[in-house]
Ligand binder design. Structure first.
Ligand code: DX5
Ligand code: ZN
Length: 227
């Protein structure tokens, strides 16, 4: 199963989010984006409590793991990340990102994740100040800046939330990935890359269109435009 680790910082990675994929054909959807050259896929986990929507959990991820050698970048939009994290690692996620708004013992969880051989990400909602992650971010492998309110795909990027990437990049330096999630498409990509994001989650812009390869290419090209 190849090298299933978060790629080292220093490259721009496009990370398709399965939220807009056909959930009845997930293995095939993953194969399609893999063929288009991506290294990672973003798995959105929602509990109907932290966010007003419900998606998938460890059993589905464990089955998918058998069909894909993409790096599984999981985004846990759930209320008790400490309680469920180990199940996700056992199911085969390679990176686990949890929300600062609900984390009770973030340092403990990051240490556990590293011990289980999983990289750790911390994320914050559009309304959560960057200051809230200043102790935690340096311990992580990735910081995810939500550029929409979590819960649903295909929302427009919130420009003020995207600007937080500048502050986050300043805070973490060049060696920690800064991921953005929500409303990423060929038009918004140059903006967030200009702010310092290097890990671009895109759901609707990739799985919402017929030709996934062309969609990924368009974002890749847009990432080269400097604003
Ligand atoms: C939103 C999810 C995102 C979502 C992004 O709550 O965390 O990962 O799939 O979707 P788009 O790219 O469609 O805005
Ligand atoms: Zn997400």
């Amino acid at each position: 199963m190849g090298d299933l680790r978060l790629p080292k910082a220093g490259t721009v990675e496009i990370v398709p989010s399965i939220l807009s994929a056909d959930f009845a054909q997930l293995a095939d959807e993953l194969a399609q984006v893999k063929a288009a050259g991506v290294k990672m896929v973003h798995l959105d986990v929602m509990d109907g409590h932290f966010v007003p929507n419900i998606t998938i959990g460890p059993p589905v991820i464990a089955k998918l793991r058998k069909h894909s050698d993409l790096v599984f970048d999981s985004h846990l939009m759930i209320s008790e990340p400490e309680r469920y994290a180990e199940q996700f690692v056992e199911a085969g996620v390679n990176n686990l990102t949890f929300h600062i708004e609900v984390a009770k013992r973030p340092e403990w969880l990051i240490e556990k994740l590293h011990g289980w051989g999983c990289t750790a990400g911390i994320t914050l909602n559009p309304g959560t100040p960057v200051d809230s992650i200043k102790e935690i971010a340096p311990l992580c492998d990735m910081v995810l800046v939500m550029t929409v309110e979590p819960g649903f795909g295909a929302q427009p990027m919130m420009p003020e939330a995207a600007k937080k990437v500048v502050q986050v990049r300043e805070m973490v330096g060049p060696d920690i990935r800064v991921e953005v999630d929500g409303g990423i498409n060929p038009e918004t990509t140059p903006i967030v890359v200009g702010y310092g994001a290097d890990t671009l989650v895109a759901g609707n812009a990739i799985f919402g269109v017929g030709d996934r390869k062309a969609a990924i290419e368009a974002i890749r090209k847009a990432a080269l435009i400097r604003r």
